[in-house]
Design a protein. Structure first.
Length: 139
């Protein structure tokens, strides 16, 4: 069995964003030479997520609105975590809801996805460099 590791780096200038990273993951898969196996894609930061869904702007807007209802950024003082001098407690909660990672099957050298499935990086506390790990194992 072979193993391949790659990091994808981001610096989202705003506080929140959803970025389609499917092309970068597909490129890593091609670089790996693995034809059959599994790909793990995970956010390496506790205020970001990786998830699979449709690349449709209305859905992304709905995610943003829904997450803000679940864990509003303001007032900042509503969160005990922010009493330590931070202002990102909501980002930790949003990440918990959206998830840390995804695993995708690799078949015939391609991500084995259903219709419309794409991989996204979800940023909830941007403004600094962050990374996603792509780990591919198989043959």
């Amino acid at each position: 069995m072979k193993s391949y590791r790659k990091e994808i780096w981001f610096n989202i200038p705003g506080r929140r964003a959803f970025v389609n990273i499917t092309p970068q993951v597909e490129a890593a898969l091609q670089e790996s030479g693995i034809r059959e196996g599994l790909a793990l894609i995970n956010a390496m930061h506790i205020t970001a997520s990786v998830f699979i869904n449709d690349d449709e702007s209305g859905l992304h807007h709905d995610y943003e609105a829904w997450l803000e209802q679940l864990a509003p950024h303001e007032p900042i003082g509503q969160y005990w975590h922010n009493r330590t001098g931070e202002d990102n407690a909501d980002a930790h909660l949003k990440r918990q809801v959206m998830g840390r990672e995804v695993v995708a099957a690799v078949t015939n050298g391609r991500l084995d996805f259903g219709p419309w499935e794409q991989i996204f990086y979800g940023e909830f506390d941007g403004g600094r460099r962050k990374r996603v790990l792509v780990k591919i194992i198989g043959e």
